[in-house]
Structure formats: structure tokens, C-alpha cells
Design a binder for this molecule. Structure first.
Ligand SMILES: *[C@@H]1O[C@H](CO)[C@@H](O)[C@H](O)[C@H]1NC(C)=O
Ligand SMILES: *[C@@H]1O[C@H](CO)[C@@H](O)[C@H](O)[C@H]1NC(C)=O
Ligand SMILES: *[C@@H]1O[C@H](CO)[C@@H](O)[C@H](O)[C@H]1NC(C)=O
Length: 974
């Protein structure tokens, strides 16, 4: 009997212990979770040591690990948040062990690999946010995570079909899968099941077709973002039934039709963007009743009619962008009067009447862009108070009268653009207050008076265009302070006095034009210091004296000294750069005897001393007569041979092109002062073939007539040609020492020849692989750095100094050519597009590029921008630093040089391993500087990449030969 209670109590004890264990197994669970997290850490690279506290023996592991939160009772891990910690590596499936995990946030890192499907074991997960990483592969089916409320996998490289199982996650309140690389597909109908959704963000998700009706049943939606897809159809009126919406983003799609008046029912609407679609018609006046509007954008559509007056009464409106539409009539006068307007762009419309005066009424306006409209009358004086204004661009209107002196002094202004109007009066000395100014455009007006001395205070100024006005007086010598100035246009004014020699101190000048003034005196020899100068025009002045011989040092693409009173001999190099036309109309100038055969311009021949001008003139007449006789004979011959040629060509063409486009004559367009003839260019010999690429074959051609060597590219017949001819004009005008010169273009029907500068050292890719004696690479680090700077300057010129800007789209080492001095030149504009145009018809099919150089954003066909060129240039920098190719088998499958380099950045030691050991030697530090710039350029997010101007600055700052450069400068004095 006594046995029973004992046994019972023993049993009870055991049971109690056992069940205690079952109910509270803390130590075991914690170790499991600690182990899981340590395993998770093991798969990560953590350059900033953010996971330093993640140690097995920490006091309260894992709850004291950085970024981990535990439930206060169970001590189980409920949250992991590691945002923006520079983590790379892969997400370990080990986290599946964290049974209580409710929030996993690993945003803004560089995590790679696939998302482990084991994640569905974390069945308590409510928030999964992995935005801004480099995850790839298909997204595993997560529909078992029925507690999920927030799912954000945007800005990764996920691919495959758009995940339609998402429609089963009915607890979701926020969904973002934006900006991945999904296959093209329609919006799944079943997303309409997500009745609790308040936030939907599916931008850049390759969506096509119409928005299914089911989506308009999601009545809780507040944010509606389907921007940057290829959605089509008439603008969905049903959207106006989603009364909780405060944000609609539908820009960059293919919607058509008009905006419905019912949009005004969305009284909570704060942000609306339908830019870059094909919308048309008038804006219903009711839209002016949207009292809460903050952002209103519909640029690049076909809207017309007047802009609703109601916008003038809005009290929250801060951002308006409606450029490039067909709006007409007066602009609502009160816009800005009652709201804190920050930015307005109404450019490229047909607005007329007086210029609105209240845009800066509340002193917050930073951007005022109203270019290319029909505004008239005077510029309201109210803008003198607009101290916040950064960009003030009102060019191409019909504005007139004087500009109030206060308007010139805008302390925050970076761009003031009053060009192409009818303004008169002077520029006030208050301009000296606008010390942040980068660009000042005054061209094509009726401005008068002196150029104010205070211009010298604008030390940040890069461009000054004051051409075609009636400015008078002297060019102020204070201009010497403008050390950033790269473009100075003062042509077609009434300036007098001599050219200030101080202009030679503006050493960043690329483009200098003082033509058609009344300038007197000598050409300053200080111009020889302008080592970046590319184009120099001093024509049509009253300049006298000798041409300074040291100007020959400049590598000018364009030069014009014609119609002056210069005397003496034209220096040989300048003559070669400019041709004799550039010196015509100077009675006292003469040319060396050697060039007597090449005179076209009436320049005399120097004859020891050149006082027997008469004799020369007589000789000249004779030469002219003979020459014209020759030309007539030659023309006859050409005509005969041309007929033969045409005969042969035309039947070839009929075969190729079905006989269309029968323009009977060759069209020769010459962009530089070099003489060519069709016959010579068309008769290319196969033995002179120097290259063959995707756009055509390239031949070397030694010119018989004018001497010198050029490269001739024969373009493959076909589609390419259409693109080419439209851009030829613009490309022919591009002049920069780091851009391959297009001398001429010869075309007829489907046959096209480009005459280009011949580059003795081939392309950069070849040069990087060539070796000199002893197996040393041909290009040492100093040379590579110089090439990097030169190429960057060329691209920067395309992006920032061409108007419209040119995006190259195929920057790569084989498109960077090297002349005999290894000066780099950017070549092959086969697929270059003019920035403004390309932004309109965003068609990914017109995009080309080269594998290994293509910026990641282009894979999901976002906007092609300057930043994609920056990415490609970053790849070229990596080639220079590493000596490797963009794609090599040992990077791993589908890996590129960017990935390979990124795996080496954990320590200084490792980083040194990526440098080209053959050239690093004493340059390791310099090379790492360039490596850093390359990594910046190849950042995944385009906005985070620097622009090319900044790249040039950074590259110049990292100059390894800084001492050499100073030494060279000192030599300049002699
Ligand atoms: C995901 O996290 C990022 C960064 O913290 C945040 O900006 C974003 O709003 C989150 N996504 C959602 C859908 O809440
Ligand atoms: C969604 O859930 C339904 C019903 O449970 C199921 O039949 C369907 O297969 C699921 N859809 C997906 C895409 O998983
Ligand atoms: C939707 O939200 C409501 C209120 O927050 C909640 O009660 C309901 O359970 C949610 N529905 C789903 C399917 O999770």
C-alpha cells in the first residue's frame, strides 16, 4: 500500500520534469536559433562588421545580436532588420529554423543568389522586405505564408514569370515587386483578391495589356503605381472609383484617351503622374478642384487646350511638370500665389500672353522652366525676390523690354537662361550676386551696353553665351577669374578694344567664339595655354599682327581667323588644322611656298619677304585659271566615270533593296575643311581593310589629292542606314579632341561611306593586350590613366556640352580609339541617340549595346539615360585597372567583371589582387583610386552613379603624374 503513493509521486515528478521541458524548452530553442543565425551570418560578407556582436558566447544570444529582436516572454527571434549594411553573399536557408520570425527586413544591401524556398517554414512571417538587393532567379511560391502583410521584393534581378500566386496572399496590405526582370506578361486577374491592399507598387515589371477590372475592386488602395511598364488601352475611368487613392503613378506606359472629369472625385489625391503616355484632349476644368494636389505631372503627352484655372487656387501644389504637350492660351495667372510652389516646368507648349507673376510668391521656387512657349511682354519684376531659384529658364519666348536689375542677382541660381527672346537694355552689375551660376544664356536678344565687370565674380561659370546681341565696349579682363569656363560665345556683338590676354587663364575653355565684333590688336599668345581648346573662332574682327606660332600646340578641331587684318605667315600646323579657308580675307597673310597647289582662298604665297604682293597676285590669277581649267576637265572625267559607276551600282542595289530609293546623285556632306572626292572614297581596296564590325567594314585610305590618311567606313546596307542619316548632321558637328572626327559622309541610295579620322594605334581593347619588348604591356599605368581622363572628357562633352545631349549607348574599349600619341577618341556613333529624342520613344528594341557593358537597368528597359553610358565607362575603367575583359570564364557562369571585382573588396590585401600586376608596381594607391571611381560608375542604381562631369573631376584628381604635369606646364612658357 505504501508503494503506490511513492510510485505515483515518482511518476508525477518525472512527468512534471518532462512536461516542464516540453513547455519551456528555452535553452534548446535558443541554441537552435543562435546556430541558425550564425549559419546565416556565415553565408554573408560583412565588410563593415555590422554583425560583430553575433557570437555564440554573447551574454544573451541571440537576443543581443545587432539587428535582432526577440519576443520578451518566449525569447524567440521575431525580427531581423539589417538595412543598408553593405552586406553581400547569399541568404542562408538556415533562417527557416526561426519559427517565430515575423519580420525579415534586409533592404539596401548587395545580397545575391536566389531566395531560399525554405522561407515558407517561417509561417509567422508578416513582413518580408528585401528591396534593393541583387537577388535573382524565380521567386519561390510563398503563398503558404498566409500571415504575410507586407511583401517587398522590388529592385532586385528576379526573373521568370510574374508570380501569380501572390493573388492568394489575401492578408497583404502592401505589395511591391517593382523593378525586377520578369518576363513580359499581363497583370494577373487574381490580384483582385487582395482586398486589404492599400499599397501596390508594380513599376518596371514588364507588364503588358490593359489593367484588369478586378484591380479596380481594391477599394482600400491608397497608392497605385504601375509606372514604367507597357500597359495600354484607354485611360481607365474605373480608377476614379478608388476613393482612398492619394497617389497615382502611371507614367511611361502606352495609355491613350483623355482624362475623365470624374478624376475630381478622388478628393484625397496628392500625387498624380501620367507623363510619357499617348494621352490627348483637353484637361477637364474639374481637375482644378483637386484641393489636396501636391504633385501634378503629365509631361510628354498630346494634351491640348487651356490649363484649368482651378490650379491657381490650390494650396498644396508644389510640383508641376507638363512640358512637351500642346497646351495653349494664357497660363492661369494665380498659380503659385497660394501654395508653396517648388518646381514648375511648362516648357515646349504654346502658352501665350503675359508671363505668370506669382510662381515664386511664397519664396520656395527652385526650378522655373518655361522654355519654348509664346509668352510676351516684360518679365515681372517680382522674380527679383526669388532668392531660392536655382534654374531660371525662359528662353525661346517672345519676351521683351528691360530686365529689372534685381532679377540678375539670384544667389541660388545655377542656370539663368534668357536666350532667344526680344529683351533689351543692359545686364545689371547685380549679376555679381549670382555667384553659384554655372550657365548664363543671353544669346539672340537685343541686349546693349557693356559686359559688366562683375561677371568676374561668377567663378563657377561654365558656359556664357551672349552672342547675337548689341553688347559694346571691351571684354572685361576680370574674365580671367572664370576658371571653370568651358564655353564662351560673344560673337555677333559690337565689342571693341583688344582681346584681353587674361582670357588665356581660363584654362578649361573648350569652345571660344569672338567672331563678328570690332576687336582690334593682336591675337594673345596666351591662348597657347588653353590646352583643352577645341574650337576657336576670331573671324570678322579687326585683329592685326602676326599669328602667334605657339598656337600650334593646340589640338584644334575647328579654327577660323578669316576676315581680319592679320599679317605674316600662317603657321604650318594651324594651316593643317584649319585649312586655308580659315585664314582667308586677311590681306597680309601668306602661305608657305610648299602649299601653293592647295590654295583655294586667295591667300598669297610667302616669298621670303612678302612685299611683292602684286607678283603673287598675278601668279595667283594664273593659278586660278589653270585650276579652273583642270576642274572643268576633271569634272568631265568624273561625270563619265560616275555614270559607269552608277550603272554598276544601281543594278546591285536593285537586287538588294528592291529598286527603291533611286536618288541619282551622290550626296557628299563635308563637316571639316578637308577635301575629298567621291571617286577616291568609293574605290576602296580590300588589301587596305583594317577592321570589320557590326555596322560595316573599315578601310585605310591614303588620300592622293590632299595628302594624309583617313579611315573610310562602308556601312552595311539595310536598316542601320536610316538611323545613320538622321543623325549624321548632328554627329558631323560634334567637335572635340577626344571624339573621333567625322570628316565627311558620302551617300547615295543605300550606299554609305563615312570618312573618319585615321587612328594609328587602333582601339583600346587591342592596345591593352599588346606587349612590347620583354613581355611588358604596351600601356603603362600613366598612359592608362591619361586614356581614362581623355575618354571621360569625350563622353562628358557628349552628355553635357552637346545640345541636345548625345547618349552614346555603346561605350566599350573597342570603341575608344588611340591616335599616334595614344590620345583616346570615342568612336562609333552607330547607335548613338540624341538624348531628348530617345526619351520620347523609349523603345527597347532600338537599344543595342554590348554584352558585359550594358547597365543593369536596361535589362528591364527603364529609361536609357546618360547614366547607362556612365556604367559602360565604369566597365572600361575596370578593364584599365585589372587588365581583364568584361566577361571571362573564370568569373563564373553569367558573372561579369563587376561581380568578380565585388568579391575582392573585403580587405585591402584582397583588393590589390584585382589590379593588373604587370603595371601596378608603385602605382597601387593610384590604381585603387581609379578602381573606386569604377565601382561608383557601375553602381546598380543609376541615380547613385556620378555624372561624367564628376567622373572627369575625380579622374583628374587621381592623376598619378601630377608632378610631370606641372613640369610640362612650366615648359609652356617657352
Ligand atoms: C521596405 O523597406 C524600405 C526601406 O526601409 C521602405 O522604404 C519600404 O517602404 C518598405 N516597403 C514596404 C512595402 O513597406
Ligand atoms: C490559390 O489558392 C487556390 C485555393 O486555395 C488554389 O486552388 C490555387 O491553386 C492557388 N493559386 C496559386 C497560384 O497558388
Ligand atoms: C483585412 O484587414 C482587416 C482589418 O485590419 C482584418 O480584420 C482582416 O482580417 C484582414 N483580412 C485578411 C484576409 O487578412
Amino acid at each position: 500500500m505504501a508503494k503506490t503513493p511513492l510510485t505515483l509521486s515518482r511518476h508525477f515528478l518525472l512527468l512534471a520534469i518532462f512536461s516542464l521541458f516540453l513547455l519551456f524548452p528555452p535553452s534548446i530553442a535558443i541554441t537552435v536559433e543562435t546556430q541558425a543565425l550564425l549559419q546565416f551570418k556565415k553565408q554573408l560578407k560583412d565588410p563593415l562588421n555590422s554583425l560583430e556582436t553575433w557570437k555564440e558566447d554573447s551574454k544573451d544570444s541571440p537576443c543581443d545580436f545587432a539587428g535582432i529582436s526577440c519576443d520578451s516572454n518566449s525569447r524567440r527571434v521575431i525580427k531581423i532588420s539589417l538595412e543598408n549594411k553593405s552586406l553581400s553573399g547569399e541568404i542562408s536557408p538556415a533562417i527557416a529554423a526561426l519559427q517565430s520570425l515575423s519580420s525579415l527586413v534586409l533592404t539596401s544591401n548587395s545580397l545575391t543568389g536566389e531566395l531560399p524556398p525554405q522561407l515558407i517554414k517561417c509561417s509567422n512571417l508578416q513582413i518580408l522586405n528585401l528591396t534593393e538587393n541583387d537577388l535573382k532567379g524565380t521567386i519561390p511560391d510563398l503563398s503558404a505564408l498566409t500571415n504575410l502583410q507586407v511583401l517587398d521584393l522590388s529592385q532586385n534581378y528576379f526573373s521568370g514569370r510574374f508570380p501569380d500566386w501572390v493573388g492568394n496572399l489575401t492578408g497583404l496590405s502592401a505589395l511591391s515587386l517593382a523593378q525586377n526582370e520578369f518576363d513580359e506578361g499581363e497583370i494577373p486577374e487574381n490580384l483582385g483578391k487582395l482586398k486589404n491592399l492599400t499599397f501596390i507598387h508594380l513599376a518596371g515589371s514588364s507588364l503588358i495589356g490593359e489593367i484588369p477590372d478586378s484591380i479596380f475592386g481594391l477599394k482600400s488602395l491608397q497608392t497605385f503605381d504601375f509606372s514604367s511598364n507597357k500597359l495600354s488601352g484607354i485611360f481607365p475611368k474605373a480608377i476614379t472609383t478608388l476613393r482612398n487613392l492619394n497617389k497615382i503613378e502611371l507614367f511611361s506606359n502606352n495609355f491613350t484617351g483623355e482624362l475623365p472629369a470624374e478624376l475630381a472625385n478622388l478628393t484625397l489625391l496628392r500625387e498624380f503622374d501620367i507623363s510619357r503616355n499617348q494621352m490627348s484632349g483637353k484637361l477637364p476644368a474639374e481637375i482644378g478642384n483637386l484641393k489636396n494636389l501636391l504633385v501634378f505631372q503629365l509631361y510628354e503627352n498630346y494634351f491640348s487646350g487651356e490649363f484649368p484655372q482651378g490650379f491657381g487656387d490650390m494650396q498644396h501644389l508644389a510640383f508641376i511638370s507638363i512640358y512637351r504637350n500642346n497646351f495653349t492660351g494664357e497660363f492661369p495667372a494665380n498659380i503659385g500665389r497660394f501654395s508653396l510652389l517648388e518646381s514648375i516646368d511648362i516648357s515646349e507648349n504654346g502658352f501665350s500672353g503675359g508671363f505668370p507673376r506669382y510662381l515664386c510668391e511664397n519664396k520656395k521656387l527652385q526650378f522655373l522652366l518655361a522654355l519654348d512657349n509664346k509668352f510676351s511682354g516684360e518679365l515681372p519684376e517680382s522674380y527679383a525676390q526669388c532668392k531660392s531659384l536655382e534654374r531660371f529658364r525662359i528662353s525661346k519666348n517672345g519676351l521683351s523690354g528691360n530686365i529689372a536689375s534685381g532679377i540678375w542677382g539670384l544667389p541660388s541660381a545655377k542656370i539663368i537662361d534668357f536666350g532667344d527672346n526680344g529683351f533689351s537694355g543692359g545686364v545689371s552689375s547685380e549679376i555679381g550676386i549670382s555667384t553659384g551660376l554655372n550657365q548664363l544664356f543671353l544669346q539672340n536678344n537685343k541686349f546693349t551696353g557693356d559686359l559688366p565687370l562683375d561677371l568676374g565674380k561668377l567663378t563657377q561659370l561654365e558656359r556664357l553665351s551672349a552672342n547675337n546681341n548689341t553688347f559694346s565696349g571691351k571684354i572685361p579682363s576680370q574674365i580671367r577669374n572664370l576658371k571653370q569656363l568651358s564655353s564662351l560665345h560673344l560673337e555677333q556683338n559690337s565689342l571693341t578694344g583688344s582681346i584681353p590676354p587674361e582670357l588665356g587663364e581660363c584654362i578649361k575653355l573648350v569652345d571660344l567664339n569672338l567672331a563678328s565684333n570690332s576687336l582690334t590688336g593682336d591675337i594673345p599668345s596666351s591662348f597657347a595655354h588653353l590646352s583643352s581648346l577645341n574650337s576657336l573662332n576670331l573671324s570678322r574682327n579687326k585683329l592685326s599682327g602676326l599669328i602667334p606660332v605657339n598656337l600650334c600646340k593646340l589640338k584644334l578641331s575647328s579654327i577660323d581667323f578669316s576676315e581680319n587684318q592679320l599679317t605674316g605667315i600662317v603657321p604650318y600646323d594651324l594651316l593643317m588644322m584649319g585649312g586655308d579657308q580659315a585664314f582667308s580675307g586677311n590681306n597680309g597673310l601668306c602661305i608657305d611656298q610648299k602649299f601653293v597647289n592647295q590654295i583655294h582662298s586667295g591667300l598669297g604665297v610667302c616669298n621670303g619677304s612678302h612685299n611683292n604682293k602684286k607678283v603673287i597676285e598675278n601668279k595667283l590669277v594664273l593659278v586660278c585659271i589653270i585650276a579652273s581649267a583642270l576642274i572643268i576637265i576633271l569634272a568631265g572625267l568624273l561625270l563619265v566615270s560616275y555614270r559607269n559607276f552608277k550603272h554598276n551600282e544601281s543594278y546591285m542595289e536593285n537586287d538588294l533593296e528592291g529598286g527603291k530609293e533611286k536618288d541619282p546623285s551622290w550626296k557628299l556632306e563635308s563637316f571639316h575643311q578637308k577635301e575629298f572626292d567621291a571617286e577616291e572614297i568609293c574605290n576602296l581596296e580590300e588589301e587596305n581593310l583594317i577592321g570589320s564590325g557590326s555596322t560595316g567594314k573599315v578601310y585605310r585610305l591614303d588620300l592622293k589629292k590632299s595628302g594624309g590618311t583617313v579611315a573610310v567606313k562602308q556601312i552595311w546596307k539595310g536598316k542601320e542606314v536610316k538611323v545613320l542619316t538622321s543623325e549624321m548632321d548632328i554627329l558631323g558637328k560634334i567637335r572635340h579632341r577626344n571624339i573621333l572626327k567625322l570628316y565627311a559622309c558620302l551617300m547615295r541610295g543605300g550606299s554609305n561611306f563615312l570618312v573618319l579620322e585615321y587612328m594609328a594605334n587602333g582601339n583600346l581593347s587591342q592596345a591593352l593586350r599588346r606587349q612590347i619588348k620583354g613581355g611588358k604591356p604596351e600601356l603603362d599605368w600613366i598612359q592608362r590613366h591619361r586614356i581614362a581622363v581623355g575618354a571621360a572628357k569625350g563622353i562628358s562633352y557628349l552628355h553635357h556640352d552637346c545640345s541636345p545631349a548625345v547618349i552614346h549607348r555603346d561605350i566599350k574599349s573597342t570603341n575608344i580609339l588611340l591616335d599616334e600619341d595614344y590620345e583616346p577618341k570615342i568612336a562609333d556613333f552607330g547607335i548613338a541617340k540624341i538624348a531628348e529624342e530617345s526619351s520620347k520613344g523609349l523603345d527597347s528594341s532600338c537599344f543595342a549595346g554590348t554584352h558585359g557593358y550594358i547597365a543593369p537597368e536596361l535589362a528591364y528597359s527603364l529609361k536609357v539615360s546618360e547614366k547607362s553610358d556612365v556604367y559602360s565607362f565604369g566597365i572600361v575603367l575596370l578593364e584599365l585597372v585589372t587588365g581583364r575583359s568584361p566577361i571571362e570564364p573564370d568569373y563564373g557562369e553569367e558573372r561579369d567583371i563587376v561581380y568578380w571585382v565585388s568579391t575582392h573588396l573585403s580587405s585591402q590585401e584582397n583588393t590589390i589582387k584585382v589590379l593588373d600586376q604587370r603595371v601596378s608596381g608603385s602605382h597601387e594607391d593610384d590604381m585603387i583610386k581609379i578602381l573606386r571611381i569604377a565601382i561608383l560608375c557601375t553602381t546598380k542604381l543609376p541615380n547613385l552613379r556620378p555624372n561624367m562631369r564628376d567622373v572627369v573631376k575625380m579622374l583628374v584628381d587621381a592623376d598619378p603624374s601630377i608632378f610631370t604635369a606641372i613640369a610640362e606646364k612650366n615648359q609652356d612658357k617657352y
